[in-house]
Ligand binder design. Structure first.
Ligand SMILES: [Zn+2]
Length: 79
């Protein structure tokens, strides 16, 4: 397909996706997406996103856990 932002060609790749469901953040690995060769924009099929929702909604294996920093943009610690 063509990228909606820059018109570049996209390529099917497996990527890591940050996915929110019911207020919880998940990192999903090996998700198929069309990725723009020019700007890197990623396009996920609606069916793929639905499949992730249903996977997370039922009992699923957890590869590992990680903690993330939550940072407010524009707050200078030195100020
Ligand atoms: Zn693009």
């Amino acid at each position: 397909m063509k990228c909606e932002f820059c018109g570049g060609d996209t390529q099917l790749k497996k990527v890591k996706r940050q996915h929110w469901l019911k207020g919880e953040l998940y990192i999903i690995e090996d998700v198929e997406a069309q990725v723009c060769n020019e700007c890197g924009e990623r396009y996920f099929h609606a069916k793929t996103l639905d499949a992730i929702d249903s996977l997370l909604s039922k009992h699923h294996a957890v590869e590992r856990k990680m903690s993330v920093e939550v940072v407010r943009f524009g707050q200078d610690a030195a100020a």
